[in-house]
Design a protein around this ligand. Sequence first.
Ligand code: PRX
Length: 645
Amino acid sequence: MSYPYQIKSFEAYQEAYQKSIQDPEAFWSAIAEHFTWKKKWDKVLEWNFTEPKVEWFKGGKLNITENCLDRHLATKGNHPAIIWEPNAPDENHRILTYKKLHEKVCQFAHLLKNNGVKKGDRVCIYMGMIPELAIAVLACARIGAIHSVVFGGFSAQSIADRLEDAKAEFIVTCDGAYRGAKDIPLKSVIDDALIGNKTVKRVIVATRTRTPVSMIKGRDVCWEDEMKQVEEKGITFIEAEAMDAEDPLFILYTSGSTGKPKGVVHTVAGYMIYTNYTFVNVFQYEPGQVHFCTADIGWITGHSYIVYGPLSAGATSLLFEGVPTWPDAGRFWDIVDKYKVNILYTAPTAIRSLMGFGLGPLQGKNLSSLKVLGTVGEPINEEAWHWYDEHVGKKKCPIVDTWWQTETGGCLISNLAGITPAKPGWATLPMPGLQMVLVDENGKEIIQEGEETISGNLCIKAPWPSILRTTYGDHERCRTNYFATYKNMYFTGDGALKNKDGFFRITGRVDDVLNVSGHRIGTAEVENAINMHAGVVESAVVGYPHDIKGQGIYAYVIYQGSHTQDTHGTGDLVRKDILQTVTRIIGAIAKPDKIQFVSGLPKTRSGKIMRRILRKIAEGETENLGDTSTLLDPGVVDEIKNGRL
Ligand code: PRX
């Protein structure tokens, strides 16, 4: 067997699951034995969900990069660790073997040290999908600096907020990034983000697009120049920092129901073990296979299943710079064909968008190397599931529907490819170690009995190794967000169904968080951004079903600005201004799909916006709006209904 802890039958899954619940410490420590430690742990697990406090492998010392790189050198030094496919198909691809990646990571780690980065410092990474992004991430981990990767689509304002929250002193970025036909000037966005910033001391700028950049003396340095200095000294190695198991590995910001994104903190050992375990088991990875996760490293999926999970397993991970529809909608299939990809892991929104192009782009592409398909980020509709199964997997590849979150570090509910049963639209069974329960609004556990399918809020009773440990700089926020809604449970924010087989189907968020194209966006965040626009008095944002994005953003806006006249006409100019404002404040990903101008919002007498009503109208439901008699001004509902877009 390739990985001693790889589950190879349904019975083995059931056995592992039982063991993991009966004796989690024995279960996870047996798996932890297969990793490289500088010092073994003293205690496997200590926890309570009231503070909350979760500590796995306390007292252990290790470095995740020794597990992702050094330990593979003897046997896999010349195997590809990263295959990089550039944005433009006619540009040369790059292959970094484990030896090469190890060398580059060590060299860049030196570079970071030369620039003053120390263990525990926060390094913000804002780059396109080039190998240097993975190198920067791993180099931080090598010296114990905490990386905070920010997705390249976020605006200067979003970066500024994150820099301030993390008190980051260092930034690694690029001159620009290519994404399809676009060329995004990353360094210039960083320059804007740094106006007024007081913590950042150094910005390291890699060259990718050769876009002209302003380099500020004493603050900005060039990646290539600095690397050259390290290389000229003949340096190819740096000792890996001995990290405590519970030292922070990274911060990743994600949206919640308040206006301000939260810095989710993951720690070294638990995160490493869980991402590795799930990578090997969910995808049933076999050594030598090529794994292609199409996410961006700026999201948790990229952290866990492009970088840490695959590399800790000695796998070959494909990193793609571009987008699925450029230069045409056959790009994924070209990549699968070119590199003989075995595992393809993508988002339902990508599948739906590619479905829209018909079967033409698939023609003439050899997809016979594919063994396993995966989806993540949002519920997959049956139509998309069957299309993926039939036209991509040719009905020969199991599809894993992996449910998880930034906060969970790795997949928590998923079938294991070809090992446990799949069911279209259902994430199916929990991973070993996961005690998933459904509760009613009072926190009472709903027990599934007989043939019935139950429905409730999805909670977890006990910690798994890669549960978030805190929200950076504000532990109380972590407690109130995840551990206070229901006593002694982690609350996911999702609703779910559970059927007679114990399978789970995720129905979507039950809080004020939207899932747009698999990206999490808080309604309050979008409202704050819209309200920044001069002339906007108030706004309310809700989600509505969208054929490709899963959810679209619907904004109701009360506007009294200088273009008021215009909102009585088409309102197009004001709409464009508002979109521009949202793009500036958050980023283009948060732009509302629909903006309806209204004269008032349905509010209770205490001033609370009745979102339920707004959501129903946005979804096209205009009849059964429920009780509107408690509203301050019930008449406003008719106006909103009549003006629906
Ligand atoms: O609502 C769930 C949805 O995405 C949320 C987590 O978003 P994020 O932290 O950005 O992480 C996305 C990638 C792991 C969840 O609360 N979600 C994620 N995966 C699925 C899903 N909904 C249904 N099915 C899934 N497989």
